[in-house]
Design a protein around this ligand. Structure first.
Ligand SMILES: *Cc1c(COP(=O)(O)O)cnc(C)c1O
Length: 356
């Protein structure tokens, strides 16, 4: 099977071997030191400001998004949510559920957030902004320096869902002045699903400390307290955390930049090979993580199904209104240029048979 979805993605043999081991007991000094190293390396790769912390929650990425909405924001916040697709919508739904005072900036599918759309909300008393750095559903990578500048000028706390952008695109928490950055295990970290990660700046840490605790399982306060000694409040996804450690260590040797260059290389290779196929790129500004494509002649759903059933190649379907218009090809995970070629060959074969 070749997996070009956007997560869970394919894992290296080293990572898979860790998943095949018996799960070790975790209230041990050995596991604590693994966790402390995970925290240190995450903060390093994110270029987090001095005094930042990072916690690991046993949940999918949405758990970390929800923990930010519950633990960092409070009832007096006025929140802007950038909604350019299903992940932006998820922040909207979370703000609604947790009764946050929020305004959404709704974007057309595949479109970049424009400066004037955002600056309309200048000097209006907003205190926080939630954005999915890469809106994985449409493949749009937002203009983060622009968003960060807006937040700085307006004294707005910036919370970034970088679940699919971490390691794939340039992300410097200090430069962006971000209060919190969220990611997850099953995207470019390329390990099993099950762990989400929240990095918190000193500003966000103060918020968590003073806000009233709203939940137990996703409490960042509890996670931070336990994390001081390399532990978690409850049984974590131990194997996934060990896999994360192996990946972070491997990336450490190459450096975060070379991991990003590798992903960018896979993305560029794929994008250069589709030029003569009846596929149109739908996003105005792309992440290295994903290419969202609109097939010109056939329905997207059928293409996804044929690739899976006839070629054993998995690409990522879209949901909702876009289900038959768009499918996505991921460039994260244990993918090579040869794998790209196998997908391109399959698409050419489909074209020859009148299926594309
Ligand atoms: C994958 C992803 C998530 C998290 O989805 P889960 O299914 O909860 O892991 C959130 N935001 C973005 C931008 C994503 O790509």
């Amino acid at each position: 099977m070749l997996n070009f979805t956007v997560g869970p993605v394919m894992c290296s043999d080293e990572v898979r071997a860790i998943g095949a081991q018996q799960v070790p007991y975790f209230r041990t000094p050995e596991f604590s030191s693994v966790m402390l190293e995970n925290e240190r390396l995450m903060l390093e790769f994110l270029s987090a400001p001095l005094g930042s912390r990072c916690v690991f929650l046993t949940s999918s990425g949405t758990g970390a998004m929800e923990s930010c909405v519950m633990n960092i924001l409070n009832d007096s916040d006025k929140v802007i949510v950038i909604n350019g697709g299903s992940f932006g919508q998820r922040f909207v739904d979370l703000c609604r559920l947790h009764e946050r005072d929020f305004t959404e900036i709704k974007l057309e599918f595949g479109k970049q957030l424009r400066r004037e759309q955002l600056y309309e909300y200048s000097e209006k008393g907003y205190t926080a902004l939630l954005v999915n750095m890469h809106e994985t559903s449409s493949g749009v990578l937002y203009d983060m320096p622009m968003i960060s500048g807006f937040c700085r000028e307006n004294g707005i706390m910036l919370i970034i869902d970088a679940i699919s952008a971490f390691l794939a695109d340039e992300l410097n928490m200090s430069e962006l002045g971000a209060a919190a950055v969220v990611t997850g295990s099953q995207k470019a970290l390329a390990v099993q699903p099950g762990v989400s990660i929240v990095a918190l700046s000193p500003e966000a840490l103060r918020r968590v400390e003073t806000n009233k605790e709203k939940c137990m399982y996703l409490s960042l306060k509890e996670a931070l307290k336990n994390g001081e000694r390399g532990q978690t409040p409850f049984t974590p996804a131990v194997s996934t955390l060990l896999q994360i450690n192996a990946r972070l260590r491997a990336i450490q040797f190459g450096g975060g930049t070379s991991e990003r260059e590798h992903i960018a290389g896979i993305a560029d290779d794929f994008r250069s090979k589709i030029k003569d196929l009846p596929l149109e790129i739908v996003s105005e500004s792309m992440s290295n993580a994903v290419t969202a494509l609109h097939p010109l002649n056939k329905g997207a759903k059928e293409i996804v199904k044929i690739l899976k059933d006839e070629y054993n190649i998995w690409v990522c379907p879209n949901g909702g209104e876009m289900a038959d218009k768009v499918f996505r090809v991921g460039h994260i995970g244990y993918i090579t240029k040869d794998d790209n070629q196998a997908l391109i060959d399959a698409l050419h074969d489909m074209q020859k048979k009148g299926l594309l």
